[in-house]
Design a protein around this ligand. Structure first.
Ligand SMILES: [Fe+2]
Length: 187
């Protein structure tokens, strides 16, 4: 399950219900998904999409998403540092950022319209939906690994628009995964 901290209140949301309602109050959707049948986290993308097809179709209907794919990032991914550097500064997109985590970890920071900054560390089984226009940034954790289903309304809309606020520089990207406790890097 995700680890959610409201940084400016120094408050951690611990239970599933706290996380769902706490994130919803800042406009972020959070769900836990179970596959229709057991599927390995390194299974081919088609098998992953098939195992979660019911949830994907429901979300497509709700959010107007037209395509789904699987992104796979690990320490050996060519250009990983450059890729991550595009997303670790405060930005927004003209379409929703929707991720269902299959393997690895990721750390989203959300800068809400109310001024709060939330850290959301996601792991396998977590679905997060960051609505279009929401200010946010993203880091990997120390495993430098994430495999995730992505849903798109229009891939053309999913490019980062930077605020250049440097708000992100005030928050160390710390992950609290059960297996490790470390500040994540981006290069
Ligand atoms: Fe983003």
């Amino acid at each position: 399950m995700a680890v959610v901290t409201i940084l400016n209140e120094d408050k951690t949301l611990k239970t599933h219900d706290e996380i769902v309602s706490g994130l919803a109050s800042h406009g972020i959707d959070y769900e836990r998904w179970q596959p229709a049948h057991p599927v390995a986290d390194d299974a081919p993308a088609e098998e992953i999409l098939q195992a979660y097809s019911r949830e994907i179709e429901e979300l497509k209907t709700r959010g107007g998403y037209v395509t789904a794919d699987v992104i796979d990032v690990n320490p050996a991914t060519p250009g990983l540092g450059e890729m991550l550097a595009k997303f670790n500064r405060e930005h927004w997109h003209d379409e929703d950022e929707v991720r269902f985590i299959i393997a690895g970890h990721g750390l989203f920071h959300i800068h809400s319209t109310a001024g709060a900054v939330l850290a959301i560390e996601v792991e396998a089984g977590d679905l997060i939906r960051v609505p279009r226009g929401t200010l946010h940034w993203f880091n990997l954790c120390s495993d430098r690994r994430i495999r995730a289903i992505r849903l798109f309304q229009d891939k053309a809309g999913w490019t980062p628009q930077y605020t250049d606020s440097r708000v992100d520089e005030g928050f160390l990207p710390v992950c609290f995964s059960a297996t490790h406790l470390s500040a994540s890097g981006t290069t």
